[in-house]
Design a protein around this ligand. Structure first.
Ligand SMILES: O=C(O)[C@H]1O[C@H](OP(=O)(O)OP(=O)(O)OC[C@H]2O[C@@H](n3ccc(=O)[nH]c3=O)[C@H](O)[C@@H]2O)[C@H](O)[C@@H](O)[C@@H]1O
Length: 440
């Protein structure tokens, strides 16, 4: 402030008030008393005007500062404060002996919501964080948040790229586990918005790992990788040790990068890491960007759906996995995760690094998926069958789940018929038949 005033208006020196032009000086000195008084008055009023100018400048500077302060408080108002900290603490509290305190990122997402609810229902403490971005309808995410709130899970509005909010959360709660779902999902959208994948799946992941490695105690870290890392691998079923160095999409490449990045944090800092490769997870409260979801909407609205087919007219297939089965796999991963070994950002000993497939081991074709939907919706789909565009898709996925079965106790029990029946029931109760606004 002082700097600004000095820079704007240096103090006036005597010789500036009385210019050094010899003739003028003489003239001043020759002036009568009355004129000199008049001059003096004139210079006083100039000083007065300058003083006014300074006051005005100071006042506007101060009010600008207040505006900036208020503004920054306003923009960060979604988190912070005593009440907010209390909510975080309460939500993190577990209610069973040997319970865990879990930070769930992407908690208002599809899998994040289901896992948070399951943890809470069995008495674990859960704090959610979600940035509620508009990749798909944020009102669905808000509805999931309301559901979570109703079960005592507090969801913080924030981004995993924000180091300040993560530091604050770890400051308030000694999380035993981090369950990381926050990511840019979707295979084909990577061609439209490649940077969002790097931002969330690479930069966001690193930011979160930095917070975890510095936390004391360090939490065990479990996170969502993807079946897409198998890329062009055509050895079936896909086994964890199969090659994953041929991704077919940028999405897959960022998930693969995540597997390598988490490995370095395990190696250098002693973070306990478990990566879960999800296979096309579906079910109630699902993601509207996925085929089973928007096929349902289009069929109900009488709009056509596009079914891709592979080379030589081969039908595409996915190892569609029902949400409840995946939730059990996630809980199994959390329950069996050994502790991280580092403290104060330093590794104290080797920590586990694990990767598991969470699939269904019963691949079904996309036309079969459509037939089941038609049956439960009681509406015939208008189908356009086209060759699969070169947009990052792979022709099929099929999980070998031996490892997860043995080490996590993972045992999927829901076939596509049963799972889609439950999805359709939820969809109709949430959107009604026309998919206008949610019915509730
Ligand atoms: O398991 C995974 O790794 C991935 O599963 C899904 O990706 P995807 O299997 O491509 O799921 P959908 O986008 O729902 O597509 C399912 C099938 O429907 C096909 N499809 C999709 C869209 C469409 O208009 N028509 C069509 O035939 C796709 O080619 C694919 O075979 C998720 O979207 C990814 O986030 C996740 O990581």
């Amino acid at each position: 402030m002082q700097k600004l005033m000095r820079g704007t208006m240096p103090p006036l020196e005597d010789d500036e008030l009385f210019p050094s032009t010899p003739g003028k000086v003489k003239l001043e000195r020759a002036l009568p008393i009355s004129r000199q008084l008049q001059r003096c008055f004139a210079s006083t009023s100039t000083t007065f005007l300058w003083a006014l100018f300074f006051i005005a400048l100071t006042a506007s500077y101060l009010s600008f500062q207040t505006f900036v302060d208020t503004g920054s408080r306003y923009f960060s108002a979604s988190w912070g404060g005593i009440q907010w900290e209390k909510q975080v603490r309460n939500s993190a509290q577990f209610h069973r002996s040997g319970g865990m305190s879990v930070l769930v990122t992407g908690a208002a997402g599809f899998v994040g919501t289901h896992v948070s609810l399951a943890l809470r229902k069995r008495g674990d403490g859960v704090v959610g964080i979600d940035n509620f971005n508009n990749y798909y309808d944020p009102s669905l995410k808000k509805a999931r948040k309301t559901l979570l709130n109703g079960h005592g899970v507090f969801v913080v509005e924030g981004d995993v790229n924000d180091a300040r909010i993560l530091a604050k959360l770890f400051d308030i709660v000694a999380f035993s586990h981090v369950m990381h779902f926050a990511a840019q999902a979707g295979v084909r959208y990577a061609m439209e918005n490649p940077h969002s994948y790097v931002h969330s799946n690479v930069a966001g992941l690193v930011n979160l790992l930095e917070a975890c490695k510095s936390a004391n105690p360090q939490p065990a870290f479990v996170w969502a990788s993807s079946s897409s890392v198998y890329g062009l691998n055509d050895k079936v079923p896909f086994t964890e040790s199969d090659r994953t160095d041929q991704p077919a999409s940028l999405y897959a490449a960022t998930k693969k990068a995540g597997e390598e990045i988490t490995h370095t944090y395990n190696h250098i800092y002693g973070l306990s890491i478990t990566g879960l490769r999800f296979f096309t997870v579906y079910g109630p409260w699902g993601r509207p960007d996925m085929a089973y979801f928007f096929f349902t909407r289009n069929i109900l609205q009488g709009k056509p759906i596009t079914i891709y087919r592979g080379k030589n007219r081969v039908e595409l297939a996915r190892d569609f996995t029902y949400i409840d089965d995946v939730v059990k796999g996630c809980l199994g991963a959390l329950d069996t995760a050994e502790k991280s070994t580092g403290s104060g950002g330093k590794k104290r000993g080797p920590a586990p690094y694990r990767i598991y497939n969470l699939g269904n081991t019963q691949p079904e074709t996309v036309p079969t998926l459509v037939r089941i939907l038609e049956k439960y919706l009681k509406v015939k789909a208008k189908k356009n069958v086209v060759d699969m565009p070169g947009n990052g898709d792979v022709p099929f996925t099929h999980a070998n789940i031996t490892l997860a079965r043995r080490e996590l106790g993972y045992k999927p029990t829901t076939d596509l018929q049963t799972g889609l029946k439950k999805f359709v029931r939820w969809y109709l109760s949430y959107y009604g038949y026309n998919h206008g606004n949610p019915v509730n």
